[in-house]
Structures are given as C-alpha cells and as structure tokens.
Design a protein around this ligand. Structure first.
Ligand code: SAH
Length: 279
C-alpha cells in the first residue's frame, strides 16, 4: 500500500518540529513541497526523491503525491506550521476524493500535526491568545474578499483575539489596510497588536505596536499579525490577554477569599449561565 504523510513541520526550527514529523520525513521515499519548505527540512532529506514546486502550485503538488503513492511509495508532503491550517492536508484529501478514494483505501493518509503560526507567534509575544481567538487568512486568491471582510467584522464584533495569516504580499497590499479600517470601528486604537515575522527562523523579528500604528511597520508574506481583544495589555513589551482569574482570585496574596469548595457556587459566579443541566 502507498502512503501519503502530510507533515506540518512547525515554524521552521528543528527544535520546534515534533518527533513524529521528523520520523515521517525520514521514513518517506519522496518529499514534495514548496521550495522554501523543502529548504527548511533539507537536513532530513538527503538521498530522497525531492519534488519542489513554486508557491501557487499546490494542486500539482497534491496530484504528484497521489501519483507517487499509487506506485506504492511513501510520500511526505511538507507544509510549514500545521499542514491542516491553510496547508496541504485538505487539498490532498480533495484530490484523492476526486479519484474515488475512500478512507481505508490505498493510499493510506496520515496528517501529522505541527505548531501553527498562531501558536509560535503568540509564544514570542507573551500570552496573547489566552482567551477565545480565531485565525483569518487575508489571502483573497481563493476566497472572495467579501467573505473575508465579513469574518473580520464578525470576529471584531465578538471580541475575539485575531491572528491574521497571509496579511500582505507584493501584490496584495490593500487587504491589511481595509482590515485595520474594519477593526478600528470595533476596537480601541490603542489595542495591542503584535507583528511576528519568521518566527523561529534566522530572520525572526517581533514588533509590538497598536491597532492605529500597525501599518507603520513592515508586514509581509512571512508575518503573522496578532490583534488583541478589548482586555489585552502590554507589560514590559509582553502582550498579555487575561483569562479572567482576577474575577475570582487574588493574584497578590497567598490567602484566597474563596476556598476551593466555594469557587463553583452560583453566588460566586454571578456572571455564569446558571440553572442549566450538567452543573
Ligand atoms: N500552515 C501554516 C500557515 C500557512 S499560510 C501554519 O500553520 O502556520 C502562510 C502564512 O502563515 C504566512 O503568511 C504567515 O502569516 C504565517 N506563517 C507561517 N510561518 C510563519 C512563521 N515562521 N512566522 C510568522 N508567520 C508565519
């Protein structure tokens, strides 16, 4: 049976790749990926067949993976971050499904999870995604801008922390400008915004700015933009979103006003939805 291993190798440094991702690349006969991604794993692929393609050639990469696996080989399709987050995982399945493939058929498919940019970039900024967060890709090559704008609006309204992927490229320069305009209708101009470029790669750059000033800085293809929610704050350059512990706990004393047994009592959580089942 052929195998397709769809591998997310994390932000780019060997230390942040999972053991399974490394093993998957090692056990493959062939490696398929976008040029930059293949370069990031070059230490692991000596002696293997390598198919590198340009950026917009995802479909041919997925087809090549299916073709090779059909000859009985083990093929690793590599993506940065997590392969299931704006990566190759979904497309590999879609191409196979077009060929009549069902789960359990040849080839076997394994998706290997990796650390996505939202997680690696958040770690470099402090703890900005401690509360409900979402990812939005600003790339409108495959998604109508109208849909993207509606999601930005909804996420802004609902006070999500937002991680913007694909914020800007050589030709797509207005999307981030329009995004800032939508966000400013719902969030304070001083809202913390973190810009992380090339997280855990040699040219890593971290910028802490605000919603009103974010466009004064370099934002490119390798940047992830993390927009804080209405409670996110900066402390000594760290971007922090509170989880809400201060509602119930004193963070500066050893003695808590509520004992463990009291913490789940309805009178001590007046903000919660009471009276439902399961409490
Ligand atoms: N599958 C990837 C995302 C691919 S889309 C993942 O899960 O991370 C490409 C976008 O991801 C880039 O435009 C950028 O916004 C983000 N990105 C990927 N790697 C990054 C890194 N090392 N540092 C910062 N942003 C990164």
């Amino acid at each position: 049976m052929g195998r397709i291993l769809v591998v997310g190798f994390g932000p780019g440094s060997a230390d942040h790749m999972t053991a399974r991702a490394r093993q998957a690349i090692e056990e493959s006969d062939a490696i398929i990926g976008y040029n930059t991604y293949v370069d990031l794993v070059r230490d692991l692929i000596e002696g293997k067949e390598v198919i590198r393609t340009g950026m917009t050639e995802e479909v041919s990469r997925a087809q090549a993976a299916a073709d090779l696996a059909q000859t009985g080989r083990t093929v690793a399709v590599v993506s940065s971050g997590d392969a299931g987050v704006y990566g190759m995982a979904g497309l590999v399945y879609e191409v196979l499904i077009e060929r009549g493939w069902r789960e359990g058929d040849d080839p076997e498919v394994e998706v290997i999870p990796g650390i996505s940019a939202i997680h690696s970039c958040a770690a470099l900024l402090g703890a900005p995604i401690m509360h409900d967060a979402c990812t939005i890709s600003l790339s409108d090559h495959l998604t109508p801008w109208e849909v993207i704008a509606r999601r930005i609006e909804a996420a802004a309204q609902a006070d999500f922390v937002i991680a913007l992927y694909n914020p800007r490229s050589g030709r797509r320069t207005q999307q981030i400008v329009e995004t800032q305009r939508i966000l400013l209708r719902h969030r304070h101009p001083e809202t913390p915004v973190g810009l992380v470029k090339s997280a855990y790669r040699p040219r890593q750059a971290v910028v802490r700015t605000t919603l009103q000033d974010m466009l004064d800085h370099d934002i490119g293809m390798l940047t992830t933009v993390i927009i804080g929610n209405s409670t996110t704050f900066y402390h000594d350059g760290l971007m922090i979103t509170p989880r809400g512990y201060q509602r119930k706990y004193d963070l500066d004393t050893a003695q808590q006003r509520l004992r463990p047994g009291e913490r789940l009592r309805p009178e001590n959580e007046p903000w919660a939805l009471h009276g439902g089942c399961g409490r």
